[in-house]
Write a protein that binds this ligand. Structure first.
Ligand code: F6P
Length: 326
């Protein structure tokens, strides 16, 4: 196995609060352990187009508290082609980068896995996405902050919903997963969460809402995970309006505001632990693994497992939400 002297670091895919804390932890842990660090801007796109600079400890000063990513991020179609990946490898060699730390979600780690299978490049991934949809880690970097943002927004919507005695459908992100919607619903006392993992008919939902109003509730909040399976908040509200016109229904789509903001303490600490663990992993000779956190312990998860797309939601939480919505 070739000796690693220089480590390249990039952020890729949708940004997530805590990415900066991860960049800081990786950079400083690597330099502390005697490696050189190069920051690669704009994810895989920057690797192909040679947007690479030397990183010193001061490059990552005063960033832990900021959302977004100082390295910028991108979704890169070219990296999905063989020529693109060859080009990326050539640029890496030109900069004498021996190993990569990839901070991102499902798509970014799939790209890393493909790249590592074609070239002799040790890669360690850090799970950073608000969606929390990577298998093998209890939490992804950014999830907790997004959840807190959702909570903040829904609490405010509850005030107006209660004043007007309305039914609100609030759409949250998550791509194809319902973690944000389910946990967001639990944290805000919402009446229901509509998530792709569990199907629910409109009349079941209406019955639940009807019961609530009958039991003297004066507002109803339903969190809906964005997904073609749920139909999103707009689609669901349309169906409910047609079949149950008696409800005064409104829709709010939280959108990209869920991706911004200063990371919570939990996300900063998670990103910091994972960033330091990524360097330990490389030193131990680990290759092509994602750093995970399971029962509060750092674990190494092979890329093939992390991107399996079947991370289960906790059915007990679904049941708890159902019981409390009476
Ligand atoms: O993966 C993170 C995420 O925010 C998803 O929740 C969402 O579906 C997607 O990215 C939005 O991507 P974009 O910023 O490209 O619109």
């Amino acid at each position: 196995m070739a000796t690693i002297k220089t480590i390249g670091i990039l952020t890729s895919g949708g940004d997530a609060p805590g990415m900066n804390a991860a960049i800081r932890a990786v950079t400083r842990s690597a330099i502390y352990s005697g490696f050189k660090v190069k920051g690669i801007y704009r994810g895989y796109r920057g690797l192909i187009s040679n947007e690479i600079v030397d990183f010193k400890p001061q490059n990552v000063s005063n960033i832990i508290q900021h959302g977004g990513t100082i390295l910028k991020t991108a979704r890169c179609k070219e990296f999905m082609t063989e020529e693109g990946r060859q080009h990326a490898y050539d640029v890496m060699k030109q900069h004498e980068i021996d190993a990569l730390i990839v901070i991102g979600g499902d798509g970014s780690l799939s790209g890393a896995r493909q790249f590592a299978s074609e070239f002799d490049v040790p890669i360690v991934g850090l799970p950073a996405t608000i969606d929390n949809d990577l298998y093998g880690t209890d939490h992804t970097i950014g999830y907790d902050t997004a959840l807190n943002t959702i909570m903040w927004c829904v609490d405010r919507i509850r005030d107006t919903a209660t004043s007007h005695e309305r039914l609100f459908f609030i759409e949250v992100m998550g791509r194809t997963a319902g973690f944000l919607a389910l946990s967001g619903a639990l944290a805000t006392g919402a009446e229901a969460a509509i998530i792709p993992e569990i199907s629910i008919e409109v009349d079941q939902l209406a019955e639940l809402i009807e019961n609530g109003f009958r039991n003297s509730k004066n507002s109803s909040i339903v969190l809906v995970a964005e997904s073609p399976i749920t139909g999103g908040a707009m689609g669901l509200a349309e169906r409910v309006r047609t079949e149950y016109p008696q409800y005064d229904t409104r829709v709010t789509i939280l959108g990209h505001l869920q991706r911004g903001g200063s990371p919570t303490a939990q996300d900063r600490i998670l990103a910091t632990r994972m960033g330091a663990a990524a360097i330990d992993a490389l030193i131990e000779g680990q290759r092509n693994v994602m750093i995970g956190d399971h029962n509060d312990q750092i674990v190494y998860v092979p890329f093939s497992k992390a991107i399996r797309k079947d991370k289960p939601i906790d059915r007990d939480l679904v049941e708890t939400l159902r019981r409390l919505s009476i």
